[in-house]
Write a protein that binds this ligand. Structure first.
Ligand SMILES: *Cc1c(COP(=O)(O)O)cnc(C)c1O
Ligand code: SF4
Length: 338
């Protein structure tokens, strides 16, 4: 049935892996499938999308709703945690299912696509909440929707005066770049700023097709930002991470977030320690251009939101003075002593 992953897994593990995908959806786009090097045991694309028996290993701290979205969902399809912005999740399907997804128990159920009525209720909620300055369309992957549907979503938000910014979070430009057609680009046109945040975790995802898709978006005047999940044995080394940040900049995408892996069920084999993430951030700073620096963030379990967890360079102030560390690790007093 799922013969797309069969050729990448150990025959003996197949029955177990068939069980994994009953619990956590499997899907990979043809474009991503074609990038996998079958002879590379550590292929960064295969690691992200091919299911493994390790997903059955659920640790005690892992949970179904790792970042507490449900606590902040006033109506179906809306997550309103921060005062000035909310998420709108019209779909729960994606062209690929990342094995580490923080919504891995939710994605893949097309029945969770918002009905017309639910979508109206979501728009009503946004209309009634005048403090909502930005709407972030996410999912699932919203760019899996037909351009005409995207255009309608944008038009509806354009009509709401207090919504000044529209943001999409998507993986489509890298995982299924041919969806970024001229029709899609025109569907994204709006009088209000439309930002696109690209989820990408490894330089190998920047194929020529992906580069062309990103260029088409940026050429159309759409600012792009990036988000990356720190993933063990995929991008948790300075060579890969710095190259990924440079790939973003080369493609006119500003690095935005580097996420600490969320506590989604069966994802411990992907998680690194926060100390490791901080050490990588220290290596990025100073040695790589300032525009290559993402913010390292943790989404606090329980719905408390994202918080920066990068390394600290400044000591507490004592008698008006503190100690500050430079990028080479040397300590200085500030203000300097006379
Ligand atoms: C991540 C997230 C956002 C966006 O946060 P930014 O820091 O503005 O990128 C908004 N709402 C919710 C519920 C989120 O989880
Ligand atoms: S594309 Fe995003 S929402 Fe979809 S499976 Fe990957 S991380 Fe999850």
């Amino acid at each position: 049935m799922h013969n797309k992953y069969r050729k990448f897994i150990d025959e003996k593990e197949a029955p177990t892996i068939d069980k994994v995908v009953e619990q956590f959806s499997f899907r990979i786009s043809t474009h991503m499938l074609n990038q996998i090097d079958k002879n590379n045991q550590n292929d960064p694309i295969a690691k992200q999308f091919i299911p493994s028996i390790q997903e059955l290993n659920v640790t005690p701290e892992e949970r179904a709703d790792p970042i507490g979205d449900e606590l902040y969902s006033p109506v179906n399809g809306i997550v309103h945690r921060y005062p000035d912005r909310c998420l709108l999740t019209p779909v729960h399907v994606c062209p690929v299912y990342c094995r580490f997804c923080f919504r891995k128990e939710k994605v893949g159920h097309s029945s969770a696509t918002l009905t017309k009525e639910a979508l109206e209720a979501a728009f009503d909620y946004i209309k009634q909440h005048k403090e909502i300055w930005e709407v972030i369309i996410t999912g699932g992957d919203p760019f899996i929707l037909k351009p005409v549907t995207i255009q309608t979503l944008i038009q509806r938000l354009d009509e709401i005066e207090h919504v000044e910014t529209i943001r999409f979070h998507t993986r489509v430009p890298v995982v299924e770049p041919h969806r970024i057609t001229e029709t899609m680009i025109s569907a994204l046109k709006c009088n209000k700023p439309v930002y696109v945040v690209l989820h990408c975790n490894h330089p190998a995802e920047f194929t020529n097709e992906a580069k062309a898709a990103c260029a088409a978006l940026v050429d159309a005047g759409i600012p792009m930002l990036s988000q990356t999940i720190l993933l063990k044995d995929i991008n948790n080394n300075i060579e890969t991470l710095s190259e990924l940040m440079r790939c973003f900049i080369r493609n006119r995408i500003k690095p935005y977030y580097l996420h600490q892996g969320d506590l989604a069920k069966g994802t411990s084999h992907f998680r690194t320690s926060i100390a490791e993430g901080q050490a990588l951030m220290k290596q990025l700073r100073g040695r790589f251009s300032g525009i290559c620096q993402p913010t390292y963030v943790l989404d606090i379990p329980g719905g408390y939101g994202k918080t920066p967890i990068g390394p600290n360079y400044l000591s507490l102030e004592v008698e008006g003075r503190c100690q500050v560390e430079d990028f080479q690790g040397n300590i200085h007093t500030y203000p300097p002593e006379m």
